[in-house]
Design a protein around this ligand. Structure first.
Ligand SMILES: NC(=O)c1ccc[n+]([C@@H]2O[C@H](COP(=O)([O-])OP(=O)(O)OC[C@H]3O[C@@H](n4cnc5c(N)ncnc54)[C@H](OP(=O)(O)O)[C@@H]3O)[C@@H](O)[C@H]2O)c1
Length: 261
């Protein structure tokens, strides 16, 4: 079944997740939608220091929105914030240092955030694919802690903040990689089978979509959506999804754990 799902996903990916997929989809874009300005609206972008999150934060900044970057590394985040301010001319770029894999920190962050700020849009963009089984200080498997639990705690804590505002939205950057996994909740910590980071990531991305469906039903005042960005050349283990799938399809040999010296 995994082989079948992986083959279908990969064929779909080659058609839809590449540059030609974007070029074909963009023919249906409505120019006025792309020219939107967002002054007076506040956006939180997790993982806003890098890749898709940084590009998103920059576009919002250019269009006059207030941006709250939620990042885990002070230096990388300061650098990105400085560049976004310089390149966009927008000074309303705030930085919050939060490790999303630490649920207590995430909860405390929101408790403080809501005393000082309002929020119209949450963009759950941060994500990771850790290829060996690593645990957080709380003993949680790292991919699950970041991609699923972090997104869950942050979104749940922010729902009352979002519900106070006009046209509130939550956008979660999932992945087409989720198509290789059905929802499975019996081994959330990946303890019982051989660890495969690509499949754990895909499972987390499936979990994000299921959470989104549930939130949308439970909180109709907020618009919840999920997206797949396509295959984007960013630091997040470039094309690892693709390599993992090829391996699963037995089209590539398993990657060696370590090169022999
Ligand atoms: N690139 C693709 O082809 C692709 C395809 C499908 C889906 N996606 C999804 O797109 C999203 C953005 O990824 P990207 O491609 O733009 O990769 P990226 O440039 O590596 O960005 C990932 C961001 O998440 C942050 N992050 C990771 N773990 C975190 C944690 N525990 N706490 C706070 N922040 C954390 C990273 O921070 P650091 O800089 O400190 O590491 C980084 O800012 C991810 O959710 C990814 O799964 C990407």
């Amino acid at each position: 079944m995994l082989l079948y799902r992986s083959a279908v996903w990969f064929a779909k990916g080659l058609r839809e997740y590449t540059k030609s997929g974007y070029e074909s989809a963009s023919k249906d874009f409505i120019p006025d939608d792309l020219e939107v300005q967002v002054p007076g609206r506040a956006f939180m972008v997790t993982g806003g220091n890098s890749g898709i999150g940084r590009a998103t934060a920059f576009e919002i900044a250019k269009r006059g929105g207030t941006v709250h970057l939620v990042c885990r590394d002070q230096n990388r985040a300061e650098g990105a914030r400085g560049e976004i301010i310089r390149e966009s001319g927008n000074q309303n770029i705030f930085l919050h240092i939060v490790d999303l894999s630490d649920p207590k920190t995430v909860w405390k962050f929101v408790e403080n955030f809501k005393q000082e700020h309002t929020l119209n849009v949450l963009i759950n963009n941060a994500g990771c694919m850790v290829n060996k089984r690593e645990l957080t200080e709380d003993g949680l498997e790292k991919n699950f802690a970041t991609n699923t639990l972090g997104v869950y705690v942050l979104t749940t804590a922010l729902i009352p903040v979002l519900e106070k505002e006009h046209d509130p939205r939550v956008v979660t950057v999932s992945s087409g990689g989720m198509l290789v996994q059905k929802l499975s909740t019996d081994d959330l910590q990946s303890e019982r089978t051989a660890f495969d980071g690509t499949m754990v990531y895909a499972q987390n991305k499936r979990q994000q979509v299921v959470l989104t469906e549930r939130w949308a039903r439970a909180h109709p005042a907020i618009h919840f959506s999920c997206m797949h960005p396509g295959w984007v050349d960013t630091p997040v283990r470039r094309l690892v999804n693709c390599l993992g799938t090829l391996e699963a399809m037995q089209m590539l040999p398993r990657r060696r754990k370590q090169k022999k010296q």
